[in-house]
Unconditional design. Structure first.
Length: 160
C-alpha cells in the first residue's frame, strides 16, 4: 500500500513538472531603451517577473510592495523585472510612473504582448517566480498583504 502511494505521488510530481512553463530567452527594450535579454536580466537564484500596465490600479498598488521585496532579496540572488504591457497609446506613461513610484528594479517593455502571450498572462497584475527558466509560481491580481505570500514562496524556493 505504501509503495502504491509513493508511486502515485511520483506520477503526480512528474506530471506537474512536465507541465511547468519554460521561459525561453528573449530580447526586449528596458523602459530606458536598452536592449536586454532574459539571460541578462535573470537572477542567480530566482527571477520575479511582474506583468503590469499603467492603467491598472492594483498593479500600481503592488509595485511599491514589490520594490520592498526586491530590496530585501536582491543580495540573495533574486532579480525582479517589471514587464510593462502598455500598448502604443499608453506606453508613454510607463517610465514616468516608474520614476514617481521610485521603482529601482528593471522594467522592460512588452508593447506587442509577445511575452505575455507566451507565458499565458491574461490578468493584471500577474507575478511569476522563475527558477532557472521554469515558472514555479504564479500569482494573479493584488490585494493588500499578498507580498507576504510572495516572501514565503521566495524563502521556500531559496531554501531548496
Amino acid at each position: 500500500m505504501l509503495l502504491r502511494h509513493i508511486f502515485i505521488a511520483l506520477v503526480v510530481m512528474l506530471g506537474l513538472s512536465a507541465n511547468a512553463q519554460v521561459v525561453r530567452d528573449f530580447k526586449t527594450n528596458t523602459l530606458s531603451n536598452e536592449v536586454r535579454s532574459f539571460e541578462d536580466l535573470k537572477g542567480d537564484q530566482l527571477t520575479v517577473l511582474d506583468f503590469w500596465a499603467s492603467w491598472c490600479r492594483p498593479c500600481i498598488k503592488a509595485m511599491p510592495k514589490l520594490e520592498k521585496v526586491y530590496q530585501e532579496y536582491k543580495d540573495k540572488g533574486v532579480a525582479v523585472v517589471g514587464v510593462n504591457i502598455d500598448g502604443p497609446r499608453s506606453f508613454s506613461k510607463a517610465a514616468p510612473l516608474i520614476h514617481s513610484l521610485k521603482i529601482s528594479y528593471t522594467n522592460i517593455s512588452d508593447i506587442e504582448g509577445k511575452l505575455k502571450d507566451e507565458l499565458e498572462v491574461s490578468s493584471m497584475p500577474t507575478l511569476l517566480i522563475i527558477k532557472g527558466n521554469k515558472v514555479v509560481y504564479r500569482h494573479e491580481g493584488y490585494a493588500a498583504g499578498d507580498e507576504e505570500e510572495w516572501r514565503k514562496k521566495i524563502e521556500k524556493l531559496l531554501a531548496q
